[in-house]
Design a protein around this ligand. Structure first.
Ligand code: EPZ
Length: 419
């Protein structure tokens, strides 16, 4: 196991390259199951969740090649096994995204139930109900989902709650269904647009991705394609806060401001000066202390839950009081007790965290609990006086490419050491 040692108090300045989006690359990798030929992906991030997905695809008979130009060729066109085993699924819940593609292509699938995680129970009932609406027979027993469908039949799907991966599962499954599927109350995240764009390159007939109504006309088969994964807006937002929390200036390369409007608006409200062009974003805090900002997470295009923990870190040293309300997940404040150990002042009332900014946090030994909570602790450590140690860094590696290397480039004093 590894831990991070951060000597805080440095003002971060510099340029950082934003990687491809984890939450776009994951569904796109599973979409390779639908194709009759390999797909070639550029800008795939180097993350443990990506490695886990490739391991899962290989376990089912898929193959991949890391090309010399850095692109990833994935051939999942001839699976020899239609089961996603518990041992792999338990390490990455997004493996549920194999269900729709395998069922649509092969007519049967056995997928381990993903189980919950520290931020919530993470049920998959909406995935299963929607697949049944497409004509699938679904049985859940011994911790596995058994799904069969001679041929999925297009239908009107109504999600009672907006759900990102369930929208993605149905979007993928419907590409090979007989007839037309319309998804109502669909998630509108940019990662869904990226998945749809890749599927369309593979021959899928999709319209409306990025809106709440997506229409898919089933086709008989999908071909290979080349696709460049969109930038990771959550990684980008995290590095903007790294500059904001230390009073510094950061230039993000390969970042798309269009998918970050809610994040940028809140950072501007906190007093940051932000400029952007088509592919880069610059945040300059000019040495100022941020102002505390109220946050309420919601579905896209509103404020993303995946940036909530990072803003709690910013609010902890900001000027003033603020409230952060988490409306998506039932247990996504695991970072609060750890921030409090650094001297942050928070009180929790149901799904709302109330902060009273302090001038200075002090370094402490901390424990990471989940991906974005870990990022929040790193950000607090960068601003804190003294040394902060963060254990269980494997949480971070799921969603941040070489985070300590990128932060070092910005002037942080941060080391990764073996436990
Ligand atoms: C995706 O998770 C992301 N993961 C999450 O990012 C992100 O936080 C989340 O969407 C919300 O934006 C990936 O894309 C791989 P949901 P997902 O289905 O799809 C409930 C990160 O840090 N729900 O949109 O699992 C659910 O409990 C991760 O990168 C059901 O009740 O989230 C939650 O309350 C964390 N039944 C709400 O819907 C279902 O069948 C939204 O969840 C499905 C979801």
């Amino acid at each position: 196991m590894y831990k991070l040692i951060i000597k805080g108090g440095k003002t971060l300045n510099g340029t950082v390259n934003i990687a491809g989006s984890k939450n776009a690359a994951l569904p796109i990798l599973f979409a390779s199951i639908l194709a009759d030929e390999p797909i070639k992906l550029s800008n795939t991030p180097h993350l443990s969740d990506i490695s886990t997905t490739l391991r899962l695809l290989m376990d089912m008979g898929g193959e991949f090649i890391l090309e010399s130009d850095g692109s990833l060729s994935v051939d999942s066109s001839k699976l020899t096994k239609l089961t996603a085993e518990y041992d792999l699924v338990k390490t990455m819940r997004a493996s549920i995204l194999s269900l729709g593609p395998i069922l649509a292509k092969y007519g049967e699938a056995k997928i381990s139930l993903p189980g919950g995680c520290s931020i919530g129970t993470r049920p998959v009932n909406l995935h299963l109900k929607a697949l049944k609406d497409l004509g699938a027979k679904i049985e859940v027993k011994n911790g596995y989902i058994y799904a069969t469908a001679k041929k999925l039949i297009g239908n009107d799907i109504h999600f009672e709650q907006v759900t990102v991966t369930a929208t993605e599962n149905i979007l993928m499954a419907a590409t090979l269904a007989q007839g037309t599927t319309t998804i109502h109350n669909a998630a509108q995240e940019p990662e869904i647009i990226d998945l749809a764009n890749c599927l369309i390159k593979m021959g899928a007939k999709i319209s409306g991705a990025g809106t709440s109504v997506i229409t898919i006309k089933g086709v008989s088969n999908l071909s290979g394609a080349s696709h460049t994964v969109c930038p990771d807006r959550i990684e980008a937002g995290t590095y903007l806060i790294a500059a904001a929390i230390t009073g510094g200036k950061v230039i993000l390369k390969n970042a798309q401001h269009r998918s970050m409007r809610a994040i940028i608006s809140k950072l501007t409200e906190a007093g940051a000066e932000i400029e952007f062009d088509k592919t880069s974003i610059t945040l300059d805090m000019k040495g100022k202390r941020p102002k505390a900002v109220n946050i309420k997470t919601s579905t896209y295009p509103n404020f993303p839950t995946d940036m909530q923990a990072q803003f709690c870190a910013l609010n902890s040293i900001a000027d003033g009081q603020a409230t952060v309300t988490e409306s998506i997940f039932e247990n996504r404040f695991m970072h609060i007790p750890e921030l409090t150990r650094m001297g942050a002042q928070f009180s929790l009332e149901g799904n709302t965290a109330i902060s009273k900014g302090v001038k200075l946090l002090t370094g402490a030994n901390l424990m990471a609990t989940d991906l974005r909570a870990s990022a929040s602790l790193v950000l607090a450590g960068l601003a804190a006086q003294g040394t902060t140690t963060i254990e269980r860094v494997y949480h971070l590696d799921r969603g941040y490419e070489t985070i300590e290397e990128k932060l070092k480039l910005l002037g942080a004093d941060i080391q990764r050491i073996q436990d």
